[in-house]
Every structure is written in C-alpha cells, then in structure tokens.
Design a protein around this ligand. Structure first.
Ligand code: ATP
Length: 234
C-alpha cells in the first residue's frame, strides 16, 4: 500500500473529530473521500499532512511509519497536500509560487518538473509573471496543484479542489487530476462534488460524523441507493 491509516483517531484539543479511521490507497490509485459538510474530510487530510497529531492509531506511507512526522517531514517523504484555501503566496508571481513548491529539492533539478506543470496547465506558463493573488479562482487552484507537483510527490492529497469553481472549470481541474495519476502519482481527493469525484475515482470512502460508513469502487458507490440519495441528490 502507498498510504494506510490504521484505527486513526484525531481532533482539535480534547475534541475528537475522527473516530477509528481505516483507509488505504494503493499505488497509482485515485481514491476519494466524500461526505457532508463537517464530516471530517478536511481533518483527515490535515492529519495525513502532519498538521494534526493523531491521538490514536498509525499512519504508514510506503511502509514507513509517518504517524509522528512534522509537516515538512511528510512533504519530504513524498506525501504532498493541497489545502482547501490553496495557501498561495498571493503577493508573489506564479513562477515564484512554483519555485516555493520545490523547497525540498536542489534548484538545478526542478526544470523538468516545471515543464511538466506547464504542460498540464499551459495557462500558468502564459501567466508566469502574474501576481498569484490577482488570478481567477480556477487559475489559483491550478497553481496550488502545480506548486504541489513541484515537490515531486509520490502521493498528492487534494482538499476540495473544485470548491468555488464554475462547472466547466471543475471538469478541467478533475480532468487534470486524472492526467496527474497517469504520470504515476497516487491521489487521495476530498470532494463535496460527489458525482464528479466518483467518476474519476478507482475507489471511494463515505465519511459521516468522523467515521467511515461505506467504501467501494467509484462505480459501486455511484450505484449505491444510499449514496445516490444522500450525496448525489437523486
Ligand atoms: P467541510 O466540507 O465543511 O470542510 P469536512 O468534512 O472537511 O467539511 P472538517 O472540516 O474536517 O469537515 O470538520 C470536521 C469537524 O471538525 C466539524 O465539526 C468542525 O466544526 C470541526 N473543526 C474543524 N476545524 C476545527 C478547529 N480548528 N477547532 C475545532 N473544531 C474544528
């Protein structure tokens, strides 16, 4: 397994939000976590990113126990997080933001990653000197993903990349996620946009009140009456 959470509980101070989570992602998979607002999806990704310490359980990444890794150690191990708020350096140029993403790597090794990012998102090449904070929401999301790719991740975790985007941009961003996987990067994605997330996912988990309540292939969950009623509005 690329990534494995074993009986992980975590939360904020004494408030436990995640209860005994078991979740795994195999090499090269796209796995999604769907669920309502407040279900604990963001908390799960923040825990994986080393931003929250689990109170119980273990996290393994490529067989290494990363449960107690700090956020920078998690990035260096190849697990790279794209936060929901994108956390860009709004006053810096696109290209400067991309270089920031490669902070773990020697400068002379990053050119090929930069070319890969520009191939995936040509708009970032055209706008390389634009100040990041002045770009549209969709372009900023592409930049946030591009910056994460500059760290040369083995696995990317994406927190609601489609949030606040117009429908055609949602499709574009999710299509980019599929292409990223084709380059050999494993993806764990949190989405409220359940139908589109399931369509690109090999497998998915449904989270409710901090617990995993269902899991299956993207197709199985898309066909599940419970999922259709609760998350697909059918
Ligand atoms: P959303 O789609 O709204 O981001 P989510 O499934 O990602 O939902 P989380 O953001 O993980 O859910 O939130 C899970 C629970 O944790 C919620 O009840 C939320 O109020 C609580 N929570 C989130 N951040 C904090 C915090 N910093 N301190 C205390 N509680 C928090």
């Amino acid at each position: 397994m690329t990534l494995k959470l074993e009986n992980v509980s975590a939360g904020y101070r004494r408030l436990e939000i995640l209860h005994d989570i078991n979740l795994s992602v195999a090499p090269g998979e796209i796995v999604s976590i769907i669920g309502a607002n407040g279900a604990g999806k963001t908390t799960t990704l923040r825990t994986l990113a080393g931003l929250i310490n689990p109170s119980k359980g273990k996290i393994f990444f490529h067989d290494a126990d990363i449960t107690r890794y700090r956020a920078d150690q998690v990035v260096r191990s190849g697990l790279v997080h794209v936060a929901q708020d994108r956390a860009l350096f709004g006053n810096l140029q696109v290209i400067e933001n991309l270089h920031m993403g490669a902070f773990t790597r020697p400068t002379k090794t990053i050119q090929s990653s930069l070319e890969q990012v520009f191939e995936l998102f040509p708009i970032l090449k055209d706008r390389r000197t634009q100040i990041a904070g002045t770009m549209s929401g969709g372009q900023q999301q592409m930049l946030a993903i591009g910056r994460a790719l500059m760290a040369q991740p083995k696995c990317l975790t994406l927190d609601e990349p489609s949030i606040g985007l117009a429908p055609n941009l949602v499709a574009q961003v999710l299509e980019a996620v599929s292409r990223i996987r084709e380059t050999g990067v494993t993806v764990l994605i949190v989405e409220q946009n359940a139908s589109q997330a399931l369509a690109i996912s090999d497998r998915a988990y449904v989270m409710e009140s901090g617990s995993i309540v269902l899991e299956g292939t993207g197709q199985e969950l898309s066909d599940s009456p419970e999922v259709r009623k609760a998350y697909l509005g059918m």
